[in-house]
Write a protein of this length. Structure first.
Length: 486
C-alpha cells in the first residue's frame, strides 16, 4: 500500500477527525457530571434563580392590585418576611440533616459493600433531587425575601410568596420520600440490583460493537484464516502522556483517524487497564506516521483517570458485584444469602453475553481492509472475573458452591460457541475440584455431586468438545438419580 509522503508535515489535516475523537470524551464528561453529587443540585439552583426572576416579574404587573385568587397570599409585608424567613431557615436545617444522613449512609455502604460501590450511591438520582429541592427552595426564599418592602413604598410579591409556600410543601413531600429512599437503598438486594443495572448498561454499550464502517465483519470462521498479526514492517509507537486507569477509548474516532490518514493501528490497551506515563498505547504503520500531531490526537482518544469506571469496562462492572459477594462471605459478616444473590445477577449478565458471538479484535475500513486491531474482553475472562474470587472464598460453603454450579448450568443453555462452553467447563472443574477438599459431609457431597452432574449434562447438550458422549450419558444418569434424591 502506498502511504502519503508528508507524514511529518504538521499541517496534515488531523483536525478533520477532531470532532470524532471528541464524542467519547464528551459522553464521558456527561457521565461524570451526572455521577457527581453537585451537578443536579446546581442545575436546580439555577432553576430556582430563574423561577424567582419570573415570579417577581409577574408580581411587578400586579403590584397595586393582586389578582383575586383564593389561594394567593394576601397578607402584609411583615407576614411575608416572617413566612419566607421561616421557610428558608427550616429548609436549610433539613438540608443539613439530609446531607448528614447521606454521608452516614455512604460510610455504612463503604464498610459493608465496599468502596467501589460508592459511585452507584453518588449517581443516585433520588438523593441528588432531594438535596437540589432543599437548596433550591432556600435560594428561592432568599431571593424573594430581599424584594419585600413595607411602609409607604410597600412591595409585597404575592405570587412569589405563594410559590415559596408551594415549594415548602413540596420539600416536605420530598423529605418523606428521602427517608423511605435512604432506608430502601441500603438493602443488599437493591444495592446488588443497582450494580447489575450499571453492568447491564455497559453490556448494551459494548455488545454488539460496531466493527468498522465497511459493513459487517466476516464470520469467526473467516477470521481464522486472517494472520494473527496482519501488520508487517517497521512501526511507530504512540506512548501514554499520563498515568492512570483507562476509563474509555474512542475506537470509532481512532478508526476515523486511521482511514482519513491512511494508517493501520494496533491498540495495545483496553478499558480498565492501568497505564504508566511513557508506556505504549498504540503501534502505528507506517513508522514515520507517528509524529507529534498524531501522538496528540491518539492520546485524546484515551480517557485516563484516577479510578476505574464501568463506562466501557465490563470486568469492573462485574467486580462491583463480586466485591459485595466476597465481603458477604467474610467471617466478620458471614452472609451467604447476599453472595447467592450476587451470583444470580452475575449469571444473568453472563447469559446476555453468551447469547452473542465473541467480540472481534479486528476493525474494518470501507474497502473491507483491516485498519485496526484492538484488545477486547473475552468470554473466558468475563466468566473468570465473575466466578474466580467467589469460588475461592466459598470452598467450604455448601449453599454458595451449589449456586455456582447451578449458575454454570443456567449459562450453558445460552452459549453460542464451543469456546464459550469450554470456558464454562474450565470454571466448572475448578469449582468442583475445590469443593472436593472443602466439603466433606456425605449428604452435602451428594448435593454438590448432583448439581455437578446437571452442569456437565448441560454443557454436553451445548456441544462442549471436552466431554465425551459416554461421560455425558453417565452425567445425565447421575443427575436424574440425584434429582430424585434431592
Amino acid at each position: 500500500m502506498a502511504y502519503p509522503a508528508r507524514w511529518n508535515d504538521e499541517r496534515f489535516p488531523y483536525f478533520m477527525v477532531a470532532s470524532e475523537l471528541m464524542k467519547t470524551r464528551l459522553l464521558h464528561l456527561w457521565d461524570s457530571l451526572f455521577s457527581s453529587y453537585w451537578f443536579i443540585p446546581a442545575l436546580m439552583l439555577l432553576g430556582a434563580l430563574l423561577l424567582a426572576s419570573t415570579t417577581l416579574v409577574i408580581d411587578g404587573y400586579y403590584l397595586d392590585e393582586p389578582p383575586e385568587i383564593f389561594w394567593l397570599y394576601t397578607g402584609g409585608a411583615e407576614g411575608a418576611r416572617t413566612l419566607l424567613s421561616t421557610v428558608a431557615g427550616s429548609i436549610i436545617t433539613v438540608a443539613g440533616v439530609a446531607f448528614s444522613i447521606t454521608i452516614a449512609a455512604l460510610s455504612q455502604a463503604s464498610s459493608q459493600f465496599g468502596p467501589r460501590i460508592l459511585r452507584n450511591f453518588m449517581r443516585d438520582r433520588g438523593n441528588q433531587l432531594v438535596l437540589g429541592t432543599f437548596v433550591a427552595t432556600f435560594l428561592f426564599c432568599l431571593l424573594v425575601l430581599r424584594s419585600v418592602r413595607g411602609g409607604e413604598n410597600s412591595a409585597i410579591p404575592h405570587v412569589s410568596v405563594t410559590t415559596a409556600v408551594i415549594l415548602a410543601i413540596a420539600s416536605l413531600c420530598v423529605l418523606v420520600y428521602f427517608i423511605h429512599h435512604v432506608s430502601a437503598s441500603m438493602q443488599a438486594p437493591l444495592v446488588i440490583a443497582r450494580a447489575w443495572s450499571e453492568l447491564k448498561s455497559t453490556l448494551e454499550h459494548v455488545y454488539p460493537e460496531s466493527l468498522g464502517t465497511g459493513g459487517p465483519a466476516p464470520h469467526r470462521n473467516d477470521e481464522k484464516r486472517i494472520p494473527s498479526d496482519p501488520f508487517v514492517g517497521d512501526y511507530g509507537t504512540i506512548k501514554a502522556e499520563e498515568s492512570g486507569y483507562i476509563q474509555a477509548i474512542d475506537v470509532e474516532g481512532l478508526m476515523k483517524l486511521a482511514e482519513t490518514c491512511d494508517l493501520r493501528m494496533k491498540v495495545l490497551q483496553r478499558p480498565g487497564k492501568f497505564v504508566i506515563d511513557g508506556s505504549t498505547l498504540v503501534q502505528v504503520w507506517p513508522a514515520d506516521a507517528a509524529n507529534d500531531v498524531l501522538r496528540k490526537e491518539v492520546n485524546e482518544a484515551f480517557i485516563v483517570g484516577k479510578q476505574r469506571t464501568a463506562e466501557q469496562d465490563i470486568e469492573y462492572a462485574i467486580h462491583q458485584m463480586v466485591e459485595i459477594a466476597v465481603r458477604a462471605l467474610s467471617p466478620g459478616i458471614n452472609d451467604p444469602f447476599t453472595a447467592v444473590t450476587c451470583i444470580d445477577w452475575i449469571a444473568e449478565s453472563i447469559c446476555r453475553i453468551a447469547g452473542k458471538s465473541e467480540q472481534s479484535s479486528f476493525r474494518y475500513g470501507r474497502q473491507r481492509e483491516i485498519r485496526m486491531v484492538t484488545r477486547v474482553s473475552s468470554f473466558r475472562g468475563i466468566v473468570d472475573a465473575g466466578f474466580d474470587q467467589i469460588r475461592q472464598c466459598s470452598a467450604q460453603n455448601v449453599a454458595v458452591t451449589i449456586r455456582l454450579l447451578e449458575a454454570i448450568t443456567a449459562i450453558a443453555e445460552h452459549v453460542a460457541e464451543p469456546g464459550q462452553c469450554e470456558a464454562l467447563f474450565r470454571q466448572l472443574e475448578m469449582i468442583y475440584r475445590q469443593s472436593s477438599t472443602g466439603i466433606s459431609d456425605p449428604y452435602d457431597r451428594a448435593d454438590v455431586d448432583g448439581r455437578y452432574r446437571e452442569a456437565m449434562g448441560a454443557l454436553q447438550a451445548a456441544k462442549c468438545n471436552n466431554i465425551s458422549d459416554d461421560d455425558a450419558r453417565s452425567y445425565r444418569a447421575g443427575a436424574i438419580e440425584a434429582s430424585m434424591v434431592t
